[in-house]
Design a binder for this molecule. Structure first.
Ligand SMILES: [Zn+2]
Length: 278
């Protein structure tokens, strides 16, 4: 592994820039109501195809966007239930039992791409709200039903949420929301086997286009714990969809190939039992 890393580091920049060429899975795709007119499903699929993204974890505010997108053939869809019917739900969902009832209804109905596989993305702007009654109930529900949660929270809230339902599969959106140190990520990985990190907006990953040494070491040590995503949280982000994945390809190409393959596709495929890329 070490020798390979040295060889890669010795490659001229032009070779590194070519990047990782294999299939990608977008583990953080939003298809919100305001994106649907400018970017109908055919446009989304075309952007994904140009970026080499063959599958995606899809969620939307409200959930009808997910139901619409995953009805389209052309990618391997992993539908998630978003906890928000509207923007007001962002700040109150963790203590609102009507959100839990909405989740139960959607789980019973399923999606055109099969059962919902998870809950989120949800946000907690104050980690104390990880102890809210609906947050606790939904973590326990996720564990019971074998669902994954996608959580935009800080390190304290990760610990609290997984404390309510130990062993639950949790994707930590952005691998932190305030640039939590790599050492803290390591500690949480060691404590919670079901924890994985998604890497959109994560600061400090690269410097001048080269992968940062502490991140290279973390990815190599925990290759099975990371996923990449677009986070199309506002409509203009769709304009940058291909560029975002070109950036991922650039630094994935600087990692040992088996590590890059896992982060790019393999970890999502294992979590959600996906067949090989179509
Ligand atoms: Zn997001």
């Amino acid at each position: 592994m070490k020798r390979r890393a040295l060889l890669l580091a010795a490659l001229p920049l032009s070779a590194q820039a070519a990047g990782y060429a294999g299939p990608l899975f977008d583990a953080h795709l939003h298809y919100n109501d305001d994106a649907q007119a400018p970017h109908p499903p055919a446009d989304v699929l075309a952007r994904m195809a140009r970026a080499g993204v063959r599958g995606a974890l899809v969620n939307s505010r409200p959930n009808d966007g997910t139901l619409r997108l995953v009805a389209e053939p052309g990618a391997q869809w992993v539908p998630f239930i978003r906890l928000y019917r509207n923007r007001a739900d962002y700040t109150g969902w963790f203590a609102d039992d009507s959100i839990r009832r909405m989740v139960l209804e959607l789980l019973a109905k399923g999606s055109p791409a099969g059962p919902f596989r998870g809950l989120g993305e949800f946000h907690l702007y104050d980690s104390a709200n990880a102890d809210g009654p609906t947050a606790i109930a939904l973590m326990k529900l996720a564990r019971e039903r074998g669902l994954t949660v996608l959580a935009h929270v800080d390190d304290v809230a990760v610990d609290k949420l997984l404390g309510h339902a130990p062993g639950t599969s949790l994707i930590w959106a952005h691998t932190g929301i305030s640039g939590e140190p790599v050492q803290r990520v390591r500690e949480l990985f060691a404590k919670h086997a079901g924890l994985r990190g998604e890497l959109s907006y994560r600061p400090g990953l690269t410097f001048d286009g080269s992968i940062a040494p502490e991140w290279r070491a973390l990815f190599t040590a925990h290759a099975n714990r990371f996923l990449i995503g677009s986070d199309t949280w506002v409509t203009p982000r769709w304009q940058h969809y291909e560029g975002l994945f070109a950036e991922y390809r650039s630094w994935l190409g600087q990692l040992p190939n088996e590590v890059a393959q896992r982060i790019a596709w393999g970890n999502a495929a294992a979590m959600f039992n996906l067949p090989g890329p179509i």
